[in-house]
Ligand binder design. Structure first.
Ligand SMILES: [Zn+2]
Length: 333
């Protein structure tokens, strides 16, 4: 009997070949384009970011051997934020998301249970998003990945309430992933030095989390479970500021029934913070039962093994049990 605790990576990206082929054959109008060229498929973003899609994005055997090398037992796969496609026509996004979710589900079946997946939703058409949400469990997916906004529409608008109700009913956690700066609409000043990622990503997550809390989403959906990537972005370090605003500024409490800190119970946080001191701070703030191990592979910005949490930081075993519990997974038998 193997008594070593399981290691579960909840933040790992995948871009299945079936989806790449489909994307390269359709006329996309938004900020991301996929082209087949010499050397493979290229992802080209309006932001200027472009890269060839490395085989580790779609080759299941390669992913499993990387996991073996690093002692990771299970990875929970999500699509890259590049392919949310909220800026396509709704009918195109609906079709894209169906292909994407089916292609992720297809990869899982080749992994003997070591790869699990989450789906996307066409959030630019909330009615279609509800329909797709109802399909995720039947595809074998265990969560959903949403952008930190849907273009300029924030996640606390009532149009998304029916989707959130469905996700609660099906016990599907949401993983929020920043995407605006990745795909092409970074804020001024983020266009150089990779700051759309280093500053933009944590900002997008901070803002989205604040909107969920102050927008009353967790009052309307007390059982909604939300995973914040990159250690919650700027939120953990600035949570006191939100609480203070809730106390002294009437406009901060027009919707939420409770101070922001009390909604921490709806959030989980991954460990993609690159720094042991940051990780210790995060665990101290939110509690170790709210922290999940993640890598953000296979990007160059993935958290390298040297900055993964150690027993000294947080107690590794507990992080993986958190992931199993949150996603309703069973440990190896
Ligand atoms: Zn990521």
């Amino acid at each position: 009997v193997d008594s070593r605790p399981m290691k579960v990576d909840v933040h790992a990206h995948v871009l299945p070949m079936g989806l790449l082929g489909w994307l390269s054959g359709v006329q996309l109008r938004g900020s991301v384009h996929v082209q087949k060229e010499v050397g493979g498929y290229w992802l080209r973003h309006a932001s200027g970011l472009s890269h060839v899609v490395d085989p580790s994005f779609y080759d299941v055997g390669m992913r499993l051997s990387q996991m073996d090398r690093d002692g990771i037992d299970m990875s929970l796969l999500s699509l890259p934020a590049s392919v949310f496609f909220y800026d396509e026509s709704p009918s195109m996004t609906v079709e894209l998301v169906q292909v994407a979710n089916e292609s992720v589900a297809g990869l899982l079946s080749q992994s003997a249970g070591r790869l699990l997946g989450m789906g996307l939703l066409p959030m630019n058409d909330p009615t279609a998003a509800l329909t797709e949400a109802k399909r995720l469990r039947s595809l074998g997916l265990v969560g959903v990945e949403l952008g930190t906004s849907v273009g300029t529409t924030m996640l606390d608008v009532p149009e998304f309430d029916a989707v959130y109700d469905q996700l609660v009913r099906d016990r599907l956690p949401i993983m929020l992933h920043p995407y605006l700066g990745i795909a092409g609409t970074a804020l001024p000043g983020q266009d150089k030095y990779h700051l759309s990622n280093c500053v933009g990503n944590p900002y997008e997550t901070h803002l989205a989390a604040a909107r969920l809390m102050l927008g009353g989403v967790f009052d309307r959906h007390p059982d909604l479970r939300v995973v914040l990537t990159h250690g919650g972005g700027g939120l953990p370090y600035q949570l006191g500021r939100l609480d203070h605003a809730y106390t002294v500024r009437p406009e901060a409490r027009v919707a939420a029934l409770r101070p922001p800190r009390e909604y921490l119970e709806n959030f989980w946080f991954d460990t993609v913070v690159y720094d042991h001191a940051s990780l210790e701070y995060l665990v101290g703030l939110v509690g170790r039962e709210r922290v999940l191990f993640g890598t953000d592979r296979p990007y160059s910005m993935a958290c390298p093994p040297g900055s993964w949490p150690s027993e000294g930081d947080v107690g590794l075993a507990g992080l993986h049990e958190n992931a199993l519990a949150l996603y309703g997974l069973s440990a190896r038998s």
